[in-house]
Design a protein around this ligand. Sequence first.
Ligand SMILES: [Zn+2]
Ligand SMILES: [Zn+2]
Length: 278
Amino acid sequence: MKLTLLGTGSPGCYPNVYQSAAAVVAGETSIIIDCGGGATQRLAMACAAGQPALDLKNLNTLILTHLHPDHSAGLADFIISTWIKGRKEPLVIYGPAGTEEMVEHLIQAYKIGIAEHWETESPTPHPLKYEVIEYTDGEVFSNSDISVTAHRVSHGRMETYALKFVTADKSLFWSSDTQPHPAVIEHGAGVDVMVHEVYSERGLHLPGIFHTPPNYFRRMHTSTLELGDIANQTRPGRLILQHQMHLGPVSDDELVQEIADIYDGEIVFGRDLDVFEI
Ligand SMILES: [Zn+2]
Ligand SMILES: [Zn+2]
């Protein structure tokens, strides 16, 4: 199994960090997780850097963990660009309740451009094909290469799922956005890789830096201290941080150190276009 981080960002816009998205490749199967702004561009970069499995024309499986814009703002681009680049198979978009409505609105919003590509002489000889499958807890996707299960977590009132990817001999747990939740402990225990979101506990307490009420982060996300505790309970082979929220002048190393102070396993500060062999 190979994991490529496409975007490790959150709602804020940063010069070198795109919004949340990643790719998991196992055997002949490529699965995209989330589709924040810039995800399609990052896929083109990853493909150009030597990953033909992420060639846009071959991508037909996307799983949205939830419908926050920083995880879905690149969706119209992905649906249309994979088609224009030659995707022949229907794109299957898995997502929680509301995904179908979102996709239909996007297709409507771009109907003039889609029709122009399809109805005039253009390099798109196949109609735009897609399917939406709304999922809840349990199996989302399975074939001979890999199985993916969804586990409801707690992210304010937003219906959100962590994802667990399992191959014949490896496992990967993707937390998505969540406050500490028992499903992470239960299904993330002992995995080869856990990819988890995180905010800096220290950053949260820096005065006057960030104007969102601290309770917001407590309710929606997981702090460095909480993640250290989760890692101690689950002991993943490797802990990869993504969707990092510094919340103030906290360096990347300092954010990692906040976790390392209480957890002695391997911790990696994930960056856009990092590739991990699992
Ligand atoms: Zn997010
Ligand atoms: Zn979110």
